[in-house]
Write a protein that binds this ligand. Structure first.
Ligand code: ADP
Ligand code: MG
Length: 584
């Protein structure tokens, strides 16, 4: 076969192959168009998981009647004109191919009216690719109806799953869109049944209603509000406390300048921020909004624009990681997220108590008997302590259960603390602080270790050198392809350092950043903390238990242990009363 140009329909169908994967993709494109047209209300109705019919109605700017045929033409857009517009693009769409693609794989009808028009107009496509425009009643805005999706492309249709599955994808897409623009009202119905209706959320409570719908009713009481800003970057949103995690990474919403993205760099930064506090194999829950100068991010890397590329990826990465880490470190035992939002200063304003602040040593403590005796004594002491300083968040210890759990009582009721988990976190945070305080103590090697680097490793080595130096390594180039390691962080002695250095360089090549050495150090400190902390059975005295409670209140991240297990639980009077049917 000789070379020939593809006809329009076929080339549009090829483009559709990338952009229109399933009914949910149609909805993403249509609703993005409505958002770009400044709509304040967008209603979506679908039949049979979108395979029957999809209708998107908006009250946006509408399309001029003369432009209607162009709207369905590939590479025709009202959103950019020259290269500079592409670099600074602020709209969700700009490639001018969504409507043409959709029209090439379905029967499409588009009705639209602009402000103060005498009449609206409708355009529809014929099987042969021809289009016709005729007058049609329509208020200001646009309605796009897509029927018989993939009817001319049976191969794609075969890939479609059950109606229910396709609708699930649609719902997910709609949730992402609804959380991208709170000022816009959204509704979604499936087979004539309303699935949700959000009015424009100008107030906080209306925003919260949206969040609750997507993340569940209990999300907000477990979420931390985030507002982190530097001169050029801004990160806002909500992140869930580590114990409110999921088995799947299915509740993670990241927006860059209002666009939902699934980006490796961004999700890695979030994962790193949670590394120390998340239970093994669990995934954090978050909805985050990054605002950044559009000229520093390239959104034109993928037809569906789910991926982006940052000019300063390293800066963005550490900015996000730092922002989230900072907020997470405020999760302390004794204060729920909801309370932190209401009274963020409660920790600092808590009065100091005359208790023994020394940590119990992990070496065997002298076994204390006479439990019953001490119980009564301690009870009166507790009552006095609570009267004197009612706001000590974790209250005061009254007893120890099975030499494992600390039972304390506070204003709200009863507090149970897992002795080992709590102590482990306290030690770990102390160790980390010491490690940063004493700078990184280095150790000179008597005989330097040498290793050969590959060409690509050498290329990145200069960049990596600074990172290595800041973490306590002294590494130098000694030959064309050879480096010598002369000094190492004392903490990492006896580790397979050459491997670690190679792995770090590989991270730098592939991902542009690496936290491998820091993770390794943290991991060592965490192991030390785990082995040094109190293990049950271990009898504690009341003052020792109180010391642990006070330490927990002061320690960053103390809501959960190094492995992400919770350290404490509150049992309120209401919960306790319910157990015993009190007052019912
Ligand atoms: P893009 O969004 O990349 O420009 P599309 O194929 O999605 O390309 O849409 C083509 C053009 O049709 C848009 O540039 C816009 O001018 C117009 N358009 C599409 N949908 C709407 C809508 N709901 N309201 C107003 N104009 C629209
Ligand atoms: Mg578009």
């Amino acid at each position: 076969m000789r070379i020939h140009e593809l006809d329009t329909i076929l080339s549009n169908q090829i483009a559709a192959g990338e952009v229109i994967e399933r009914p949910a993709s149609v909805i993403k494109e249509l609703v993005e168009n409505s958002l770009d047209a400044n709509a304040t209300q967008i209603n979506v109705d679908v039949l049979k998981g979108g395979l029957g019919m999809i209708r998107v109605t908006d009250n946006g700017d509408g399309i001029h009647q003369d432009d209607l045929p162009l709207a369905l033409t590939r590479h025709a857009t009202s959103k950019i004109q020259k290269y500079e517009d592409l670099v600074n693009v602020g709209s969700l769409g700009f490639r001018g191919e969504a409507l043409a693609s959709i029209a090439s794989v379905s029967r499409m009808k588009l009705s639209s009216a602009i402000e103060n028009a005498d009449s609206g107009f409708m355009i529809s496509n014929g099987v042969d690719g021809s289009v016709s425009v005729k007058p049609a009643a329509h208020p200001k805005g646009t309605t796009t109806e897509v029927a018989d999706l993939f009817y001319q492309t049976p191969a794609r249709r075969k890939f479609m799953r059950a109606e229910r599955t396709e609708f699930h994808h649609i719902e997910t897409v709609m949730q992402r869109l609804a959380l991208s623009e709170y000022d816009v009202g959204f509704s979604l119905s499936h087979n004539q049944k309303e699935v949700f209706r959000f009015s424009p959320a100008h107030q906080e409570t209306q925003k919260e209603k949206r969040l609750a719908h997507v993340f569940g009713n209990d999300f907000l009481s477990h979420a931390l509000n985030l507002n982190y800003e530097t001169q050029d970057l801004k990160l806002t949103g909500w992140i869930a406390e580590p114990t409110f995690s999921r088995g799947q990474a299915d509740m993670q919403f990241f927006y860059v300048n209002g666009r939902f993205v699934r980006d490796k760099l961004l999700s890695h930064a979030v994962r790193e921020a949670y590394r120390d506090v998340l239970f093994h194999g669990r995934h954090p829950v978050f909805v985050l909004y990054l605002t950044i100068d559009p000229a520093t991010v390239d959104v034109n890397v993928h037809p569906t624009k789910h991926e982006v590329r940052f000019r300063e990826s390293q800066i963005i990465y550490s900015f996000i990681r730092r922002g989230i880490k900072e907020v997470l470190s405020t999760v302390r035992a004794g204060v729920s997220c909801a309370e932190m939002v209401e009274a963020p200063l409660i920790l600092d304003s808590a009065p100091a108590m005359p208790v023994n602040h020394e940590l119990p040593k992990s070496s065997p403590v002298v076994q204390q008997q006479t439990m019953p005796m001490r119980m009564t004594q301690s009870e009166t002491v507790v009552a006095e302590q609570i009267n004197a300083a009612p706001h000590q968040p974790l209250g005061y210890a009254v007893a120890q259960l099975h030499q494992t759990y600390i039972v304390a009582q506070n204003e709200k009721g009863m507090v149970l603390v897992d002795m080992h988990a709590a102590h482990e976190r306290i030690l770990y945070e102390k160790l980390k602080q010491q490690a940063t305080l004493q700078a990184i103590s280095k150790q000179q090697l008597l005989v330097p270790m040498t290793m050969m680097l590959t060409a690509s490793e050498l290329e990145i080595f200069d960049e990596g050198k600074e990172i290595f130096a800041s973490l306590g390594f002294d590494i130098d180039l000694i030959g064309e392809h050879e480096v010598a390691v002369r000094e190492i962080p004392a903490l990492l002695k006896n580790k397979n350092l050459l491997q670690l250095i190679k792995d770090t360089l590989a991270d730098l090549i592939v991902e542009g950043n690496s936290t491998r050495i820091e993770s390794m150090k943290d991991h060592i400190l965490a192991t030390v903390a785990c082995h040094a902390s109190l293990r049950s059975p271990h009898q504690l005295t009341i003052p020792e238990m109180n010391a642990i409670l006070r330490d927990m209140e002061r320690t960053e991240n103390s809501g959960c242990c190094n492995h992400g297990r919770p350290t404490w639980r509150q049992f309120t009077f209401t919960e306790l009363d319910k157990c015993f049917l009190r007052g019912q």
